[in-house]
Write a protein that binds this ligand. Structure first.
Ligand SMILES: [Zn+2]
Length: 271
């Protein structure tokens, strides 16, 4: 059994040699890359009760942990929990402060800023459906730890911006906006499985793509969706086209990255 496990680890390690990891950025909304080799063997890793991405490479075991935007900075910003056969080990994650910029946007359709009762019911249902998709967990043989940019355009808004719509405070920006002409192709930034598609109130035409081990990406405001739920896509495969469906001020791709059920900064996963 142990030999089998060792073989498997060697196999994973051979596959992932020199594989690029996300940038270590232990801030609210960032990603902490933590060497946990000294705590091996452990059979489960979690952060805020959600399973954590554990990556094996060249004899080193690394936890890739998404830190929520509402994390309080400090020497113990969060705690990684590792389950060993004879008990749990808790690893403190120091978190540094980060001040995100403010962004003010004008939306002409007021219902997209102040939804009515009917809209609110729709939004609740959609948010439950998306939250189920974000709970997906798959374990591909080749772990994805890095992305290609999913479309060609200009970054028009970054992750974490403190947002005001028509001068009213709303949730911080949960992804990266790439402005491009309507119809510009959107490509899978890495291999994965399509776990949700739909037309949502705020997000417009949307795809959710599961890359494995809790790493899940979201594509919004598309004019066209080219894939269906359950489809395995390869890196570089076209999944849709840029549009301006949902709450937008112009055509763009809103791209979010989720890790252990936390929205993190997509910029940490690309060159
Ligand atoms: Zn956006």
């Amino acid at each position: 059994m142990l030999q089998k496990l060792a073989c498997l680890l060697l196999f994973i390690s051979a596959l992932s040699q020199a594989q690029q990891l996300p940038e270590h950025s232990p801030v609210p909304g960032g990603v902490a890359i933590i060497d946990v080799t000294e705590y091996m063997p452990f059979y489960e890793a979690s952060f805020n009760d959600n399973p954590v991405f554990i990556f094996e490479s060249e004899g080193k075991t690394t936890a890739i942990v998404g830190l929520p935007l509402n994390t309080s900075p400090g020497s113990v910003g969060g705690t990684l929990r590792l389950k060993q056969t004879n008990g749990d080990v808790f690893v403190a994650i120091p978190v540094e402060d980060k001040q995100y910029r403010e962004q003010r946007l004008t939306i002409t359709n007021d219902r997209q800023v102040n939804p009515n009762q009917e809209d609110l019911e729709r939004i609740r249902g959609e948010s439950a459906q998306m939250s189920t998709a974000f709970s997906s967990w798959s374990e591909p043989e080749e772990p994805v730890t890095f992305f290609n940019v999913p479309t060609v355009g200009i970054t028009s808004s970054s992750f974490g911006f403190r947002r005001f719509f028509n001068d009213q405070p709303r949730n911080p920006h949960s992804g990266m906006d790439i402005a491009a002409d309507e119809g510009t192709p959107i490509y899978a930034p890495a291999a994965g499985i399509i776990v949700d598609t739909g037309n949502y109130f705020f997000n417009g035409n949307t795809i959710i793509l599961d890359h494995g081990y809790g790493l899940i990406t979201l594509y919004c405001h598309m004019n066209e969706i080219d894939v269906e739920v359950g489809r395995q896509v390869e890196a570089g495969e076209q999944i849709g086209k840029v549009g301006q469906t949902g709450r937008v001020t112009g055509p763009h791709l809103h791209w979010s990255v989720n890790l252990n059920k936390v929205r993190v900064d997509p910029a940490l996963f690309i060159d």
